[in-house]
Design a protein around this ligand. Sequence first.
Ligand code: NAP
Length: 335
Amino acid sequence: MPENSPRAFVTGITGQDGSYLSEQLLGAGWDVHALVRREQGSEPATPAAPVLLDQRIRQHRGDLADPSQLAALIQDIQPGVVFNLGGISSVARSWEEPALTAQVSGVAVTAMLEAAWRFQENSGKPVKFVQASSAEIFGSATHSPQTEETAIRPVSPYGAAKAYAHSMVDIYRERGLAASSAILYNHESPRRPLDFVTRKITSQVAAIAAGSGERLGLGNLEARRDWGWAPDFVDAMLRMAAAETADDYIIATGTAHSVSDFVAASFAAVGIEDWEEHVFIDQRFVRPADASEMRGDASKARRQLGWEPTVEFKEIVARMTRHDVSLLEKDGLHE
Ligand code: NAP
Protein backbone atom coordinates (compact mmCIF):
# COMPACT_ATOMS: atom_id res chain seq x y z
CA MET A 1 0.00 0.00 0.00
CA PRO A 2 1.61 3.36 -1.02
CA GLU A 3 2.44 5.54 1.99
CA ASN A 4 0.11 8.39 0.98
CA SER A 5 -3.00 6.24 0.31
CA PRO A 6 -6.08 7.67 2.01
CA ARG A 7 -7.01 5.55 5.01
CA ALA A 8 -10.53 4.51 5.99
CA PHE A 9 -11.82 2.84 9.13
CA VAL A 10 -15.03 0.97 8.30
CA THR A 11 -17.49 -0.62 10.72
CA GLY A 12 -20.06 -3.10 9.40
CA ILE A 13 -17.80 -4.37 6.62
CA THR A 14 -19.44 -7.82 6.62
CA GLY A 15 -22.82 -6.21 5.99
CA GLN A 16 -24.47 -5.44 2.66
CA ASP A 17 -23.25 -1.83 2.48
CA GLY A 18 -19.87 -2.37 4.13
CA SER A 19 -18.92 -5.02 1.59
CA TYR A 20 -19.78 -2.80 -1.39
CA LEU A 21 -18.05 0.16 0.26
CA SER A 22 -14.83 -1.78 0.87
CA GLU A 23 -14.78 -2.95 -2.76
CA GLN A 24 -15.19 0.62 -3.98
CA LEU A 25 -12.53 1.94 -1.57
CA LEU A 26 -10.00 -0.77 -2.46
CA GLY A 27 -10.68 -0.18 -6.17
CA ALA A 28 -9.85 3.50 -5.64
CA GLY A 29 -6.57 2.70 -3.86
CA TRP A 30 -7.64 3.29 -0.26
CA ASP A 31 -5.98 1.65 2.74
CA VAL A 32 -8.99 -0.08 4.32
CA HIS A 33 -9.14 -0.95 8.03
CA ALA A 34 -12.21 -2.75 9.35
CA LEU A 35 -13.83 -3.48 12.70
CA VAL A 36 -14.64 -7.20 12.75
CA ARG A 37 -16.36 -8.87 15.66
CA ARG A 38 -16.42 -12.51 14.66
CA GLU A 39 -13.93 -15.19 13.75
CA GLN A 40 -13.73 -15.68 10.00
CA GLY A 41 -15.95 -18.59 8.96
CA SER A 42 -18.04 -18.46 12.15
CA GLU A 43 -21.84 -18.74 11.97
CA PRO A 44 -24.12 -17.20 10.98
CA ALA A 45 -22.31 -16.37 7.75
CA THR A 46 -23.91 -13.32 6.11
CA PRO A 47 -24.21 -13.01 2.31
CA ALA A 48 -21.49 -10.33 2.44
CA ALA A 49 -19.07 -12.22 4.75
CA PRO A 50 -16.75 -13.36 1.88
CA VAL A 51 -15.52 -9.75 1.71
CA LEU A 52 -13.14 -10.67 4.54
CA LEU A 53 -11.25 -13.06 2.27
CA ASP A 54 -9.67 -10.01 0.65
CA GLN A 55 -6.22 -9.86 2.23
CA ARG A 56 -5.88 -6.15 1.53
CA ILE A 57 -8.41 -5.37 4.27
CA ARG A 58 -6.75 -4.91 7.65
CA GLN A 59 -9.01 -6.44 10.26
CA HIS A 60 -9.29 -5.20 13.86
CA ARG A 61 -11.22 -7.32 16.32
CA GLY A 62 -13.88 -5.40 18.28
CA ASP A 63 -17.55 -5.11 19.14
CA LEU A 64 -19.76 -2.03 19.00
CA ALA A 65 -21.46 -3.38 22.14
CA ASP A 66 -18.21 -2.57 23.98
CA PRO A 67 -17.38 1.02 22.95
CA SER A 68 -14.45 1.19 25.38
CA GLN A 69 -12.12 -0.35 22.76
CA LEU A 70 -13.09 2.04 19.98
CA ALA A 71 -11.02 5.05 21.09
CA ALA A 72 -7.80 3.02 21.20
CA LEU A 73 -8.53 1.59 17.76
CA ILE A 74 -9.07 5.01 16.20
CA GLN A 75 -5.94 6.29 17.91
CA ASP A 76 -3.91 3.38 16.46
CA ILE A 77 -5.38 3.37 12.95
CA GLN A 78 -5.30 7.18 12.48
CA PRO A 79 -7.99 7.16 9.76
CA GLY A 80 -8.69 10.05 7.41
CA VAL A 81 -12.34 8.93 7.22
CA VAL A 82 -14.46 6.82 9.58
CA PHE A 83 -17.41 5.14 7.83
CA ASN A 84 -19.80 3.90 10.51
CA LEU A 85 -21.99 1.30 8.81
CA GLY A 86 -22.10 -1.26 11.60
CA GLY A 87 -24.96 -1.88 13.99
CA ILE A 88 -28.29 -3.58 14.39
CA SER A 89 -29.89 -2.77 11.07
CA SER A 90 -33.26 -4.43 11.46
CA VAL A 91 -36.30 -2.72 13.00
CA ALA A 92 -37.76 -6.15 13.87
CA ARG A 93 -34.60 -7.16 15.75
CA SER A 94 -34.57 -3.83 17.61
CA TRP A 95 -37.94 -4.72 19.17
CA GLU A 96 -36.39 -7.98 20.44
CA GLU A 97 -33.24 -6.30 21.82
CA PRO A 98 -33.99 -2.60 22.44
CA ALA A 99 -31.22 -1.97 24.98
CA LEU A 100 -28.55 -3.67 22.87
CA THR A 101 -29.75 -1.64 19.87
CA ALA A 102 -29.31 1.58 21.85
CA GLN A 103 -25.77 0.53 22.77
CA VAL A 104 -24.61 -0.71 19.35
CA SER A 105 -26.39 1.79 17.07
CA GLY A 106 -26.45 4.77 19.47
CA VAL A 107 -23.87 4.94 22.25
CA ALA A 108 -21.11 3.37 20.13
CA VAL A 109 -21.50 6.19 17.60
CA THR A 110 -20.89 8.79 20.30
CA ALA A 111 -17.79 6.88 21.44
CA MET A 112 -16.41 6.92 17.89
CA LEU A 113 -17.25 10.59 17.30
CA GLU A 114 -15.51 11.52 20.55
CA ALA A 115 -12.48 9.37 19.67
CA ALA A 116 -12.25 10.85 16.17
CA TRP A 117 -12.61 14.40 17.49
CA ARG A 118 -10.03 13.82 20.25
CA PHE A 119 -7.54 12.30 17.78
CA GLN A 120 -8.03 15.27 15.47
CA GLU A 121 -7.51 17.72 18.34
CA ASN A 122 -4.36 16.01 19.60
CA SER A 123 -2.72 15.20 16.26
CA GLY A 124 -3.84 18.19 14.17
CA LYS A 125 -4.82 15.69 11.43
CA PRO A 126 -8.36 16.23 10.12
CA VAL A 127 -10.79 13.32 10.39
CA LYS A 128 -14.04 12.96 8.47
CA PHE A 129 -16.92 10.87 9.78
CA VAL A 130 -19.78 9.41 7.71
CA GLN A 131 -22.69 7.97 9.67
CA ALA A 132 -25.21 5.55 8.13
CA SER A 133 -28.35 7.18 9.51
CA SER A 134 -31.83 6.04 8.54
CA ALA A 135 -35.22 7.22 7.35
CA GLU A 136 -36.57 5.45 10.44
CA ILE A 137 -35.60 8.57 12.45
CA PHE A 138 -38.73 10.16 10.93
CA GLY A 139 -41.00 7.38 12.20
CA SER A 140 -44.57 7.90 11.01
CA ALA A 141 -43.87 11.16 9.18
CA THR A 142 -46.99 13.24 8.63
CA HIS A 143 -45.92 14.28 5.14
CA SER A 144 -44.25 12.64 2.19
CA PRO A 145 -41.66 12.93 0.76
CA GLN A 146 -39.46 13.65 3.76
CA THR A 147 -36.56 16.14 3.58
CA GLU A 148 -33.59 17.00 5.80
CA GLU A 149 -35.97 19.39 7.61
CA THR A 150 -38.61 16.78 8.50
CA ALA A 151 -39.23 16.43 12.26
CA ILE A 152 -37.34 13.58 13.91
CA ARG A 153 -39.96 11.39 15.59
CA PRO A 154 -38.90 7.74 15.71
CA VAL A 155 -41.44 5.00 16.46
CA SER A 156 -39.14 2.01 17.04
CA PRO A 157 -36.08 1.24 19.20
CA TYR A 158 -34.04 1.16 15.96
CA GLY A 159 -35.32 4.59 14.91
CA ALA A 160 -34.67 6.00 18.40
CA ALA A 161 -31.06 4.72 18.47
CA LYS A 162 -30.44 6.15 14.99
CA ALA A 163 -32.06 9.46 16.01
CA TYR A 164 -29.73 9.77 19.02
CA ALA A 165 -26.69 8.99 16.82
CA HIS A 166 -27.95 11.47 14.22
CA SER A 167 -28.12 14.25 16.84
CA MET A 168 -24.63 13.42 18.08
CA VAL A 169 -23.25 13.70 14.53
CA ASP A 170 -24.75 17.21 14.32
CA ILE A 171 -23.30 18.09 17.74
CA TYR A 172 -19.78 16.94 16.80
CA ARG A 173 -20.02 18.80 13.48
CA GLU A 174 -20.68 21.95 15.52
CA ARG A 175 -17.67 21.03 17.64
CA GLY A 176 -15.39 21.00 14.60
CA LEU A 177 -15.41 17.41 13.29
CA ALA A 178 -16.35 17.01 9.60
CA ALA A 179 -19.18 14.61 10.49
CA SER A 180 -22.05 13.86 8.09
CA SER A 181 -25.17 11.71 8.26
CA ALA A 182 -26.53 9.86 5.25
CA ILE A 183 -30.25 9.55 5.94
CA LEU A 184 -30.64 6.29 4.06
CA TYR A 185 -33.94 4.96 2.75
CA ASN A 186 -34.28 1.22 2.13
CA HIS A 187 -31.72 -0.13 -0.29
CA GLU A 188 -31.38 -3.66 -1.49
CA SER A 189 -29.15 -6.10 -3.32
CA PRO A 190 -28.46 -9.84 -3.47
CA ARG A 191 -26.29 -9.24 -0.37
CA ARG A 192 -29.31 -8.42 1.82
CA PRO A 193 -29.49 -10.93 4.69
CA LEU A 194 -32.32 -13.47 4.33
CA ASP A 195 -34.24 -12.20 7.37
CA PHE A 196 -35.11 -8.88 5.64
CA VAL A 197 -38.53 -8.84 3.97
CA THR A 198 -37.21 -8.11 0.48
CA ARG A 199 -34.72 -10.97 0.43
CA LYS A 200 -37.24 -13.23 2.14
CA ILE A 201 -39.59 -12.50 -0.76
CA THR A 202 -37.05 -13.09 -3.53
CA SER A 203 -35.65 -16.28 -1.96
CA GLN A 204 -39.11 -17.76 -1.41
CA VAL A 205 -40.32 -16.74 -4.86
CA ALA A 206 -37.29 -18.56 -6.31
CA ALA A 207 -38.22 -21.65 -4.24
CA ILE A 208 -41.88 -21.47 -5.33
CA ALA A 209 -40.79 -21.15 -8.97
CA ALA A 210 -38.65 -24.27 -8.46
CA GLY A 211 -41.76 -26.13 -7.22
CA SER A 212 -41.42 -25.96 -3.39
CA GLY A 213 -45.23 -25.93 -3.11
CA GLU A 214 -45.01 -23.52 -0.15
CA ARG A 215 -46.82 -20.20 0.28
CA LEU A 216 -45.19 -16.88 1.15
CA GLY A 217 -46.38 -15.44 4.51
CA LEU A 218 -46.01 -11.66 4.92
CA GLY A 219 -47.08 -8.91 7.35
CA ASN A 220 -48.37 -5.60 5.98
CA LEU A 221 -48.64 -5.81 2.17
CA GLU A 222 -49.72 -2.17 1.87
CA ALA A 223 -46.68 -0.57 3.59
CA ARG A 224 -44.93 1.64 1.05
CA ARG A 225 -41.16 2.04 0.93
CA ASP A 226 -38.64 3.90 -1.21
CA TRP A 227 -36.35 1.07 -2.36
CA GLY A 228 -32.99 1.78 -3.99
CA TRP A 229 -29.92 -0.15 -5.16
CA ALA A 230 -27.31 -0.61 -2.39
CA PRO A 231 -24.17 0.19 -4.46
CA ASP A 232 -25.77 3.54 -5.42
CA PHE A 233 -26.26 4.36 -1.73
CA VAL A 234 -22.64 3.47 -0.98
CA ASP A 235 -21.61 5.79 -3.81
CA ALA A 236 -23.56 8.57 -2.02
CA MET A 237 -21.62 7.97 1.20
CA LEU A 238 -18.33 8.13 -0.72
CA ARG A 239 -19.40 11.43 -2.24
CA MET A 240 -20.21 12.71 1.24
CA ALA A 241 -16.71 11.75 2.41
CA ALA A 242 -15.19 13.58 -0.57
CA ALA A 243 -17.30 16.75 -0.13
CA GLU A 244 -15.56 19.85 1.17
CA THR A 245 -18.26 20.56 3.73
CA ALA A 246 -19.84 18.06 6.10
CA ASP A 247 -23.64 17.96 6.11
CA ASP A 248 -26.71 15.71 6.41
CA TYR A 249 -28.26 14.32 3.23
CA ILE A 250 -31.38 12.33 2.40
CA ILE A 251 -30.39 9.43 0.15
CA ALA A 252 -33.46 8.02 -1.58
CA THR A 253 -34.92 7.38 -5.02
CA GLY A 254 -38.01 9.56 -4.42
CA THR A 255 -40.40 6.83 -5.59
CA ALA A 256 -42.30 4.56 -3.20
CA HIS A 257 -43.72 1.11 -3.93
CA SER A 258 -45.84 -1.17 -1.77
CA VAL A 259 -44.74 -4.54 -0.45
CA SER A 260 -47.30 -6.09 -2.81
CA ASP A 261 -45.63 -4.26 -5.76
CA PHE A 262 -42.36 -5.88 -4.65
CA VAL A 263 -43.98 -9.31 -4.46
CA ALA A 264 -45.60 -8.89 -7.89
CA ALA A 265 -42.29 -7.76 -9.46
CA SER A 266 -40.44 -10.73 -7.97
CA PHE A 267 -43.02 -13.26 -9.22
CA ALA A 268 -42.99 -11.52 -12.62
CA ALA A 269 -39.20 -12.04 -12.76
CA VAL A 270 -39.79 -15.82 -12.67
CA GLY A 271 -42.73 -15.67 -15.10
CA ILE A 272 -45.58 -16.07 -12.52
CA GLU A 273 -48.37 -13.50 -12.98
CA ASP A 274 -51.10 -14.90 -10.62
CA TRP A 275 -49.00 -14.23 -7.52
CA GLU A 276 -51.90 -13.72 -5.05
CA GLU A 277 -52.55 -17.45 -4.76
CA HIS A 278 -48.97 -18.00 -3.52
CA VAL A 279 -49.15 -15.36 -0.72
CA PHE A 280 -50.97 -15.08 2.63
CA ILE A 281 -51.02 -12.58 5.54
CA ASP A 282 -49.13 -13.95 8.53
CA GLN A 283 -49.99 -12.02 11.74
CA ARG A 284 -46.59 -12.94 13.25
CA PHE A 285 -44.91 -10.53 10.84
CA VAL A 286 -47.14 -7.52 11.52
CA ARG A 287 -44.97 -4.97 13.37
CA PRO A 288 -46.07 -3.15 16.57
CA ALA A 289 -45.67 0.21 14.79
CA ASP A 290 -45.04 0.61 11.11
CA ALA A 291 -44.90 3.77 9.03
CA SER A 292 -47.33 3.50 6.12
CA GLU A 293 -45.25 5.39 3.55
CA MET A 294 -41.58 6.30 3.63
CA ARG A 295 -40.36 8.31 0.64
CA GLY A 296 -37.35 10.59 0.57
CA ASP A 297 -36.58 13.78 -1.33
CA ALA A 298 -32.87 13.58 -2.25
CA SER A 299 -32.80 16.93 -4.10
CA LYS A 300 -30.05 18.26 -1.82
CA ALA A 301 -27.77 15.24 -2.51
CA ARG A 302 -28.49 15.52 -6.24
CA ARG A 303 -27.70 19.23 -6.23
CA GLN A 304 -24.70 19.35 -3.89
CA LEU A 305 -23.10 15.92 -4.39
CA GLY A 306 -24.11 15.25 -8.01
CA TRP A 307 -25.57 11.94 -6.77
CA GLU A 308 -28.36 10.04 -8.45
CA PRO A 309 -29.77 6.52 -8.32
CA THR A 310 -28.93 4.36 -11.36
CA VAL A 311 -31.10 1.24 -11.00
CA GLU A 312 -34.91 1.39 -10.99
CA PHE A 313 -37.28 -0.63 -8.82
CA LYS A 314 -38.26 -3.52 -11.14
CA GLU A 315 -34.65 -4.10 -12.15
CA ILE A 316 -33.53 -4.22 -8.48
CA VAL A 317 -36.20 -6.84 -7.71
CA ALA A 318 -35.35 -8.82 -10.85
CA ARG A 319 -31.61 -8.85 -10.02
CA MET A 320 -32.30 -10.11 -6.49
CA THR A 321 -34.76 -12.76 -7.71
CA ARG A 322 -32.42 -13.99 -10.46
CA HIS A 323 -29.63 -14.25 -7.88
CA ASP A 324 -31.83 -16.45 -5.65
CA VAL A 325 -32.87 -18.60 -8.63
CA SER A 326 -29.21 -19.12 -9.52
CA LEU A 327 -28.35 -20.06 -5.91
CA LEU A 328 -31.10 -22.68 -5.94
CA GLU A 329 -29.94 -24.04 -9.29
CA LYS A 330 -26.37 -24.26 -7.99
CA ASP A 331 -26.81 -26.14 -4.74
CA GLY A 332 -30.44 -26.04 -3.68
CA LEU A 333 -29.50 -24.03 -0.60
CA HIS A 334 -29.28 -20.37 0.32
CA GLU A 335 -26.13 -18.99 1.85
P1 NAP B 1 -26.29 -5.25 7.54
O1 NAP B 1 -26.15 -5.95 6.22
O2 NAP B 1 -27.26 -5.79 8.53
O3 NAP B 1 -24.83 -5.20 8.23
C1 NAP B 1 -24.67 -4.81 9.56
C2 NAP B 1 -23.20 -4.83 9.89
O4 NAP B 1 -23.03 -4.40 11.25
C3 NAP B 1 -22.56 -6.22 9.78
O5 NAP B 1 -21.25 -6.09 9.28
C4 NAP B 1 -22.50 -6.66 11.25
O6 NAP B 1 -21.44 -7.55 11.52
C5 NAP B 1 -22.20 -5.34 11.92
N1 NAP B 1 -22.53 -5.39 13.35
C6 NAP B 1 -23.73 -5.70 13.91
N2 NAP B 1 -23.61 -5.69 15.25
C7 NAP B 1 -22.31 -5.39 15.52
C8 NAP B 1 -21.56 -5.24 16.72
N3 NAP B 1 -22.14 -5.41 17.93
N4 NAP B 1 -20.26 -4.93 16.65
C9 NAP B 1 -19.66 -4.77 15.43
N5 NAP B 1 -20.30 -4.90 14.26
C10 NAP B 1 -21.62 -5.21 14.32
O7 NAP B 1 -26.64 -3.70 7.33
P2 NAP B 1 -26.60 -2.83 5.98
O8 NAP B 1 -27.86 -3.08 5.23
O9 NAP B 1 -25.30 -3.01 5.31
O10 NAP B 1 -26.71 -1.36 6.56
C11 NAP B 1 -25.55 -0.57 6.84
C12 NAP B 1 -25.93 0.57 7.75
O11 NAP B 1 -26.91 1.39 7.10
C13 NAP B 1 -26.56 0.13 9.09
O12 NAP B 1 -26.13 1.00 10.11
C14 NAP B 1 -28.04 0.32 8.85
O13 NAP B 1 -28.73 0.56 10.06
C15 NAP B 1 -28.06 1.53 7.93
N6 NAP B 1 -29.23 1.57 7.06
C16 NAP B 1 -29.43 0.57 6.17
C17 NAP B 1 -30.56 0.62 5.35
C18 NAP B 1 -30.82 -0.46 4.33
O14 NAP B 1 -31.88 -0.43 3.69
N7 NAP B 1 -29.91 -1.38 4.12
C19 NAP B 1 -31.46 1.69 5.46
C20 NAP B 1 -31.20 2.69 6.38
C21 NAP B 1 -30.08 2.63 7.17
P3 NAP B 1 -21.66 -9.15 11.64
O15 NAP B 1 -21.40 -9.71 10.26
O16 NAP B 1 -20.62 -9.54 12.63
O17 NAP B 1 -23.05 -9.38 12.10
